[in-house]
Design a protein around this ligand. Structure first.
Ligand code: PSV
Ligand code: MN
Length: 384
């Protein structure tokens, strides 16, 4: 069992990246409900992300999405981010919002369109170099809607060929994280539909290609924690997009629907973090949130998400791993399961308050943010 001091110091080192797109107006394909004060440009998104970092102390980086966050002057943006106390994190190319991509981007049957998509990703790599980001986070929305529409194998070959070109273009200290999703926007098949193909592609590419797990991108009931364990064991676990789903890719607040699933995922992460064979590897896993809150206030929901990730991580740190190991070896199923549940039901909130105080933060980030008057200020300044 870890000592309280060890648990505290691990909690202080936790790092969660928030997404720029979580601070601007978003919605479903049915409606966008605009929020007064929602960020309108990257500058404002960074300002809001800086608030999340200010009150939680563990969110110093912000993922960006290109072209949504494209600016003319990156040097100015870098300086502004620095002033705010944050830094740009993963760069996400966008291959899903152009008419040209109707039949796919890097898997498109038309070579010219594939090249256009590759050029866009190369542009994102150049931006990443400029802002000193080491991660390209790639979600390819390609797929088909009807049986017979295109050839699975040929699309796979195009995928491998284009990804190779992208991989070779990246500097040596940059990683590409390949995000899979089993459906949507394509409904019959998706080219990178599950961790198997993402793993295969990353294996063929090399060490700087890894898999990204978005918690919302699996069929219902899927055992995500098992994938986490396997990918860590194979040194291919690159990062997470945290959120929660009830039915599909709902982008709900992480832990809001199934906190036990999140705990079991963190249980695998902590297990690997504490294992000398994998601890160095786990230190490079990117923990990112991918949520767009359409009804909740965006900054408050982001703080709520970060607190949940802290609480779940803390609970996973309380698992008595020696006891668990012994129970597993003895075949004591109930004892092993109870051991996990003891940690899962532990109230870690008092401990986290202490940790925050030791970090010079307010023990209650959400209330502190609400008291600050920031929301009122941006509502007045930015309007609808
Ligand atoms: C796709 O559903 C996704 O999870 C990808 O990560 C995109 O970049 C992001 O959502 C856009 O919101
Ligand atoms: Mn995602």
């Amino acid at each position: 069992m870890l000592s309280l001091n060890n648990i505290k110091s691990m909690l202080k080192k936790q790092h969660i990246e928030t997404p720029s797109w979580g601070y601007s107006d978003s919605g479903t394909r049915f409606m966008v409900f605009k929020q007064p004060g929602a960020a309108k440009n990257l500058k404002q998104k960074l300002e809001d992300a800086a608030q999340v970092h200010k009150y939680t102390g563990i969110c110093p980086t912000v993922a960006i999405h290109i072209p949504w966050d494209k600016v003319n002057n990156w040097d100015e943006t870098i300086d502004y981010a620095k002033e705010l106390g944050v830094k740009i994190g993963a760069v996400n190319p966008n291959l899903f919002q152009e008419d040209d991509y109707k039949l796919g981007s890097i898997c498109n049957p038309d070579k010219k369109i594939r090249q256009k998509a590759v050029d866009h990703i190369k542009e994102c790599i150049d931006i990443a170099k400029k802002v000193d980001s080491k991660i390209i986070s790639l979600w390819v929305s390609d797929g088909t809607n009807y049986p017979g529409q295109d050839s699975f194998k040929e699309r796979k070959h195009r995928l491998e060929e284009t990804l190779r070109e992208i991989y070779n273009y990246m500097p040596n200290d940059m990683r590409i994280l390949i995000e899979y999703k089993f459906f949507e926007p394509a409904f019959y098949h998706t080219d990178i539909h599950d961790w198997g193909i993402a793993y295969l592609l990353s294996l063929k590419l090399g060490d700087r290609a890894q898999v990204l797990i978005d918690l919302g991108h699996h069929p219902l009931g899927y055992n995500i924690e098992q994938v986490v364990a396997i990918l860590i064991d194979e040194r291919k676990m690159g990062g997470f997009h945290f959120n929660n789903k009830k039915y599909a890719d709902d982008d709900l607040t992480v832990g809001s629907i199934n906190p036990y699933e999140l705990f079991l995922i963190y249980n695998e992460l902590v297990d690997a973090e504490l294992n000398p064979k994998t601890s160095a590897f786990t230190s490079q896993i990117a923990y990112m949130i991918d949520q767009s809150h359409n009804l909740k206030n965006k900054i408050e929901a982001m703080i709520q998400s970060v607190i949940t990730l802290q609480e779940i991580y803390a609970r996973a740190l309380f698992v008595d791993r020696e006891y668990l190991k012994k129970a597993q070896l003895d075949g004591r199923i109930i004892d092993a399961e109870e051991c996990l549940q003891d940690a899962f039901y532990k109230d870690v909130r008092p401990l986290l308050k202490e940790v925050r105080e030791e970090m010079g933060l307010d023990p209650e980030p959400l209330s502190a943010f609400r008291r600050s008057g920031y929301l009122k200020k941006i509502e007045e300044e930015r309007g609808l």
